[in-house]
Design a binder for this molecule. Sequence first.
Ligand SMILES: [Zn+2]
Ligand SMILES: [Zn+2]
Length: 246
Amino acid sequence: MKCIPMKKFLNRTKELILELIFPNRCICCDEILEYARHPWLCPACIEKVKPITGRVCDICGVPIIANDICADCRGKKIYFKKAYCAFEYKNEVRKAIHNIKFNDNPRYLDYFAPVLYNYARERGFDGADIVTFVPMRPKNKRKRGYNQSELLAKRLSRLGMGEFKPLLKKVRDTKNQHDIEREERRKNLKDAFAPIDPADIKDRKILLVDDIYTTGSTVNECAKTLVKAGAQCVEVVCIAIVNKRD
Ligand SMILES: [Zn+2]
Ligand SMILES: [Zn+2]
């Protein structure tokens, strides 16, 4: 019994030394985080990084004021049942996702995964057979060193959302969806994805993971590929959604 406080003291000392050498930084603004505060966010960013509350579109999950389905989803052929997007893609959340994708900080996904898990559960997610992700071309993945959507899918699987399995491959290059006009986006993605093994997809309930929901074209094209390969249903989870009204 006597040695427990000493062990605790030594562990804490070790932690403090590590914090001095490798201080935790705020995932959004890079400010050094002091001991005993939030492990991921500085006090200013904690106030701003809040999941979406209130009414959202039944399909894409964007905040809406009236109706059940947003103007963007209406009249579109959508192959997934529902998307859970915990944040709006702006300000601090946008900076954190930028840090994950372009500043070699994929471990920041450890912050987002449990938040997404809780958000999806609160909004009606009741489990999937398989958790999969939007794939990258192998050369692009090599360049970045990782696919953030794949790493997020692994984390969500570990939290209990379903078994992790890569189901899709990207079979041709596409232009960056941000850089092209809306009409061109659909064509840009047509047949860009293919099943790795249709036997893994058939009759399965699938949760598809991506980082940002911009127009939904990418996840919709992936969902289409999964549904055509026999998936029972596809739901989507993204860290954040672009709110076109902004
Ligand atoms: Zn901050
Ligand atoms: Zn919508």
